[in-house]
Design a protein around this ligand. Structure first.
Ligand code: CTP
Length: 407
């Protein structure tokens, strides 16, 4: 297992720097990576050098800076080929809208973008820009594309921006960036963070061809699973019927159909996990009797009664099972008195936090690629989010849960 003081010992990290004012923080990021045991090389764009000098980056990294595509005096003279082999991981900090656009479209027209185009190992992107640029549909689409292809986006934070306004777009602090990189890259030995996630609908059989289900697609739960896996966690994804696929090799998928099957899988896995997030839309009721043949219409009757019985509440059961060090989060789908009902659910089911989905919000909930959630924790903190892609919401939830683990 890695030395606790040097969790990145033996790792080679390439720090990509593009041209934004936040580049003044990059030398600190490099220092922290070196302090954590990593060997670092910097690759910069021409514009980055308007904000930070080559000499500074060379001094803190102890290595030459890669800035020219055709610099024959550099030992890595075909850098975009040899550097990509040298590095175990890459972080782009700050990542401007321009470099993000190039990454998402496969453009390689300078030293950094060419290197990024050929790099296939863990990649962290730390956006930094003006709020309007950050919120532009094109930029968000590019980030979603990069996330879907395995990059970890280290979300920017809110505060004063260089353009004189206040809003989201500040690059995350170097300490937090390094924390996320350690969580993903460090050798955690036997202590790897394990998380259980439930996703999708459940189907409750009426007879051999019919069932009671709901419109959940599982997109939110699958986005959570990918996000936690990208951050170095082992993920157990218990999925109801869905056409979605998992991509990350650290996700172990357990397919189930009914609420009772989901209950069995979740209660078996939870004791060995550090945390669980239950995002599945579990059917609260199932038919009392399941016919083993197709139920026929009865010609003398124009109505039919189906008797339903309650399914076990998986989240409430895990709330009762929860050990002192385990974290448990649930979702709440509400239509009325949303905050109040969500808080009640948090208490009743013994959760650490609850993610509230409101059916009143356009573009949020079942089937959409976007979601708008409010996260409420045990201490009563309420964090109301904006409408974002489900991947971006997953990243916010992962930030929150992993922060909880430390406090
Ligand atoms: N849940 C569960 N097992 C159930 C029902 C719900 O694990 N049998 C979980 C869901 O995955 C979600 C949370 O409980 O994380 C809340 O689900 P929701 O349907 O909003 O609430 P219910 O507890 O079913 O309450 P109600 O239907 O009365 O709003």
């Amino acid at each position: 297992m890695a030395d606790a003081a040097k969790p990145l010992q033996g790792k080679r990290i390439i720090v990509g720097v593009s041209g934004g004012i936040a580049a003044y923080k990059t030398p600190l990021l490099v220092r922290l990576l070196v302090k954590a045991g990593a060997e670092v090389m910097c690759a910069v764009t021409e514009h980055a050098l308007q904000f930070v000098t080559e000499l500074t980056l060379e001094t803190v990294s102890g290595n030459r800076v890669y800035s020219q595509l055709f610099d024959r005096s550099n030992p890595h003279s075909t850098e975009h080929i040899s550097l990509k082999d040298w590095g175990d991981a890459m972080v782009v900090a700050p990542a401007t809208a321009n470099i993000i656009g190039k990454m998402a479209s496969g453009i390689g027209d300078d030293a950094l973008s060419t290197l990024l185009l050929s790099f296939r190992k863990p990649l962290f992107i730390c956006p930094a820009m003006n709020t309007q640029m950050l919120e532009s549909p094109a930029l968000q689409r590019n980030l979603d594309y990069l996330r879907a292809n395995g990059a970890v986006v280290v979300e920017s934070t809110s505060g004063e921006l260089a353009c004189g306004t206040t809003g989201n777009g500040r690059m995350e602090e170097p300490e937090r960036i390094v924390e996320q990189m350690i969580a993903s890259l460090a050798d955690h030995g036997g202590e790897r963070f394990k998380i259980l996630i439930t996703a999708g609908p459940t189907y409750e059989k009426i007879d051999s061809v019919r069932f009671i289900g709901n419109f959940s697609t599982g997109k939110m739960g699958f986005a959570l699973a990918e996000e936690f896996a990208r951050r170095g966690c082992k993920v157990y994804l218990v999925a109801g019927p869905t056409h979605l696929e998992v991509h990350h090799p650290d996700i172990e998928r357990i397919d189930v159909v009914s609420a009772r099957e989901m209950y069995e899988a979740a209660t078996t896995l939870f004791p060995s996990c550090n945390a669980a997030i239950l995002s599945a839309a579990v059917a609260d009721f199932r038919p009392e009797h399941e016919a083993d043949h197709k139920i026929k219409k009865q010609s003398d009757k124009d109505d039919m009664t189906l008797h339903l019985v309650q399914n076990p509440d998986i989240l409430a059961t895990l709330g009762r099972m929860k050990g002192e060090k385990q974290l448990l989060a649930g979702f709440a789908l509400e239509t009325d008195s949303e905050l109040e009902n969500a808080k009640k659910k948090l208490e009743k089911k013994n959760l650490d936090f609850i993610v509230l989905n409101s059916l009143h919000d356009k573009g949020a909930g079942f089937g959409y690629d976007t979601n708008k959630v409010t996260v409420i924790d045990r201490s009563g903190n309420i964090d109301a989010g904006t409408l974002k892609s489900k991947q971006a919401v997953a990243s916010d939830i992962a930030d929150k849960l992993l922060k909880y683990c430390k406090t």
